[in-house]
Design a protein around this ligand. Structure first.
Ligand SMILES: Cc1cc2nc3c(=O)[nH]c(=O)nc-3n(C[C@H](O)[C@H](O)[C@H](O)COP(=O)(O)OP(=O)(O)OC[C@H]3O[C@@H](n4cnc5c(N)ncnc54)[C@H](O)[C@@H]3O)c2cc1C
Length: 418
């Protein structure tokens, strides 16, 4: 018997951890990613929370391998009447529990615009990790460590179930060669025994489900489930994503040392929801700033992004204009630490903004109150769908990680590997 072939479509956190779960159970998957690097949206992410024991086991392994580290720093809430409040005092004042008690459903994921960026404050800070080299480096490190075949710049255009072959047929544009390099010569069509869909756009999985033809005399309940699932996945893409803008802003070295935090959420701010001193991820706090300057990242609210870069807007407003609006917002937020005037806040050396059109999913496919798995499984066709849109967890990155791990474990189990 040849070893089973498994395609993982999408090399974000979800797809990468799905592949790790497969690899550690003796199955060699192939990751396809349309981008030229791994990581997906996590390349914009700041932290990976590990509140569930399942994700926690993997984050501890990755911490041991030097790919993740606990993010320690001065975290809290900025704005409102209290200026800056540290996370512990804030959570105490809110009466928040650190974790759900056994048997309790997970709270809904506060993805965006909720005043608690990605559920950051909801976490016990012992459970929060950052990736010192960024999350793309984390994903690259995982595939190198586990020896996972990776095809970059390889866009899966179509995935169809062939009843005749009992396999999935994938049409792939670009991205030939094994390993993590771009190249020529990938077969336009390949077949796989199983597929994990871990792309941010669930419409690919929706079309794949539509390609399944049921034999005559099939159970109508199965046809109905497939059809509902397919249309729910399509609807997710259309109506349940929201944009966000990030800005990377470099201030003269030392000029923001008096700011008393490394990372803050801004519940009262209509434009900004998260501010991060990047040097704190290296464990240095303010002292970790490089000679080139002190790099900060600002994440806007989706409301702000929708106003400044509307979906229908073509051409886009000049990104410089958006960047200076974000920088102005950051100056206003930091004003309390500079005598109360935004004009006293140091002028940045550089600032660049990036738009994430479908940055966050605004709701999940499986409601948080319904107990069950973090992944969609169609075992008869050896297909699983993973992603932060499947089921909420404490934060979207953790939802993606949990779904990916569950997908990899399920597929391995279908081939008799526990
Ligand atoms: C600005 C920003 C900041 C964030 N910060 C945080 C944070 O600090 N903490 C947190 O928990 N969450 C954060 N998130 C959310 C988090 O990044 C996502 O929830 C998580 O990365 C989703 O992972 P994923 O693997 O499900 O999907 P993605 O990361 O979207 O990965 C999908 C991958 O599939 C690939 N792909 C898509 N279509 C195809 C195709 N047809 N063929 C081949 N490949 C394909 C894409 O290139 C991509 O690499 C942030 C999101 C944004 C936008």
């Amino acid at each position: 018997m040849p070893p089973p072939s498994v395609a993982v479509i999408g090399g974000g956190v979800g797809g990468t951890l799905a592949s790790l779960a497969l690899r550690s159970r003796g199955i060699a998957p192939t990751i396809f990613d349309s981008s030229s690097r791994l990581g997906g949206r996590s390349t914009a992410g700041h932290f990976l929370a590990a509140r569930s024991p399942h994700v926690g086991d993997v984050t501890r392994t990755l911490e041991g391998a030097g790919l993740l580290r606990k993010w320690t720093g001065r975290f809290g809430v900025l704005g409102g009447k209290g200026g800056f409040i540290d996370a512990a005092s804030f959570n105490l004042a809110q009466g928040k529990k650190k974790r759900p008690q056994p048997g309790e459903p997970d709270p809904p994921t506060p993805h965006t615009d909720t005043g608690d960026f990605c559920g950051f404050l909801d976490h016990s800070m012992e459970d929060v990790y950052c990736a010192p080299g960024g999350f793309s480096a984390l994903c690259r490190g995982v595939v190198e460590m586990a020896g996972i075949e990776t095809r970059l710049s390889a866009r899966v255009e179509k995935a169809e179930w062939s009843e005749e072959l009992g396999k999935w047929r994938l049409s792939v544009a670009g991205g030939g060669g094994g390993g993590e390099k771009e190249g020529e010569g990938a077969p336009a069509e390949s077949t796989f025994d199983a597929v994990i869909f871990a792309a941010h756009d669930p419409s690919l999985a929706a079309s794949a489900i539509s390609s399944i033809s049921l034999p005559p005399g099939h159970d109508p309940a199965v046809a109905s489930r497939l059809s509902t699932l397919s249309s729910d996945l399509r609807a997710l893409r259309l109506s349940r994503t929201s944009p966000v803008i990030t800005a990377r802003i470099t201030y003269p070295q030392g000029s923001l040392d008096r700011v008393p935090f490394d990372c803050a959420t801004l519940p009262a701010d209509p434009a900004l929801q998260f501010l991060v001193r990047e040097a704190s991820k290296a464990g240095g706090g303010a002292s970790g700033a490089s000679a080139e300057g002190d790099l900060w990242t600002a994440v806007t609210t989706s409301t702000f992004a929708k106003i400044h870069v509307p979906h229908t807007c073509s051409p886009l407003p000049p990104i410089d204009e958006v960047t200076s609006t974000v920088v102005g917002g950051v100056s206003r937020s930091l004003a309390p630490f500079f005598g109360g005037a935004a004009s006293n806040v140091p002028t940045p050396l550089t600032a660049t903004a990036k738009v994430w059109r479908a940055g966050f999913t605004t709701s999940s496919l499986i409601p948080p109150t319904v107990p069950g798995e973090a992944v969609i499984e169609l075992e008869p066709w050896r297909m699983a769908v993973a992603g932060d849109f499947v089921r909420t967890a404490g934060s979207p990155g953790e939802a993606a990680a949990a779904a990916g791990l569950a997908a990899g474990e399920s597929v391995a189990r279908w081939f008799g590997e526990q």
